[in-house]
Design a binder for this molecule. Structure first.
Ligand SMILES: *Cc1c(COP(=O)(O)O)cnc(C)c1O
Length: 380
């Protein structure tokens, strides 16, 4: 019960662990006793499990989600100065790897309802230097990728999906075909950061693709640019998922759909509670993607977002602002975008309006009621 002295978490990793503790403890012990810490059977098994779950030909595990994005871009063989289109409303990692590789980010706005980039927005930013698009499946649902893929094919561009927040979501094409979010673009990238929907107990990430040639290049880039040991064809990096994390992730993967169902039910609860609060816009669910609610993100339209956050804090309710600052306003990225943006209206508005409420697989009815009652009381 959370009526008197609530202990409410943004994410509840402990509660989730306790439910599958025996299985997880055993799996970790098994790895330790086996001595196979790097590229052991646990990693190979998890890779195969992920390939089956995502219905994708190749999964290449790596050290974290940022590495996944970097390695994916390295595998494309782009040249310094090539332009890569990226939303300005995202986690910094998406643009960071582009800049780090001396490619040029082209920052674009997002759709105010889905928080995602659209084909129309991207099309307006394409130049003769554009080589790739990195759509971000933000907060738990896929971008509308069919028109983005069509655009990419027309202009001969690669699509690298940043799927760190939408693992388990499914995208439906106009013809009814369903694919896993992240498995639609040429390459998909994900993160197993502990608070992600599929989270490890440390860092982890994965890259996926259906293209055999890209998969071979990704594997090589993640492994010091070598195919044959000690023969280095390209300058690569060292990025591995360790066996202990793979063993943990394998068990959690079997529970992922249940976790996501529980998150969706929590979102239903919030949606209903806030339906008649005029100052709030609840997150819109797209017709062509299921939503796995990595975040439940409201828009506060009366300018009182920060006041609401302080009020909730006082009531023992954590909340987060994802994201408070547009990428083009970040010190490191000012003036770095090829299109020289210093203002995008939707991104700017969202950074001022958004607030994310506690969202995880262990939220019970009492807690959800406590949180939504407090939010409603603020606006009453
Ligand atoms: C978490 C996240 C990443 C980076 O993942 P790490 O594992 O922390 O490196 C990249 N992009 C998005 C959208 C993310 O949410």
């Amino acid at each position: 019960m959370n009526t008197t002295n609530p202990t409410i978490h943004m994410v509840d990793l402990k509660g989730q662990y306790q439910k599958i503790q025996d299985e997880l403890d055993q799996a970790v012990l098994d790895v330790i006793r086996s001595g196979a810490f790097i590229n052991g059977p646990a990693v190979k098994q998890f890779q195969a499990d992920m390939e089956a779950y995502l219905e994708v030909k190749h999964v290449i595990p790596c050290a974290n989600g940022t590495d996944a994005l970097q390695i994916a871009l390295m595998a494309l063989g782009l040249e310094p100065g090539d332009e890569v289109i990226v939303p300005a409303f995202t986690y910094v990692a998406t643009a960071e790897v582009i800049a780090l590789l001396r490619l040029t980010p082209v920052m674009v706005d997002v759709d105010p309802e889905s928080f995602n980039v659209t084909a129309d927005i991207i099309e307006a930013a394409i130049t003769d230097k554009t080589k790739a698009i990195v759509p971000v499946n933000l907060f738990g649902q896929s971008c509308d990728l069919a028109p983005i893929m069509e655009l990419a094919r027309k202009h001969n561009l690669y699509v690298v999906e940043d799927n760190a927040q939408a693992i388990g979501a499914r995208y439906t094409f106009p013809d009814g075909t369903v694919k896993a979010a992240g498995a639609v673009g040429d390459i998909g990238c994900t993160s197993f950061y502990p608070s992600k929907n599929l989270g490890a107990y440390g860092d982890g990430g994965a890259i996926y693709t259906n293209d055999d040639d890209l998969a071979a290049r990704i594997r090589m880039m993640a492994n010091h640019g070598q195919v044959r040991r000690y023969y280095h064809d390209e300058i690569g990096v060292n990025s591995r998922l360790d066996s202990i994390q793979a063993a943990i992730l394998g068990i959690k993967l079997r529970n992922l759909d249940d976790y996501n169902t529980t998150r969706r039910a929590a979102a239903d609860h919030y949606d209903q509670a806030f339906a008649d609060v005029a100052e709030l816009i609840t997150p819109k669910r797209q017709h062509n993607s299921t939503h796995v609610f990595h975040q439940y993100t409201l828009r506060v339209t009366n300018g009182r977002r920060d006041e609401l956050q302080a009020y909730l804090k006082e009531a023992g309710i954590p909340s987060m602002i994802y994201y408070p600052v547009p990428l083009y306003e970040q010190e490191a990225y000012k003036g770095k975008a090829a299109n020289d943006v210093d203002f995008l209206p939707v991104t700017d508005l969202l950074c001022k309006e958004v607030i994310s409420l506690p969202m995880h697989s262990e939220l019970d009815e009492d807690t959800l009621t406590y949180i939504s009652d407090k939010v409603k009381a603020f606006f009453a």
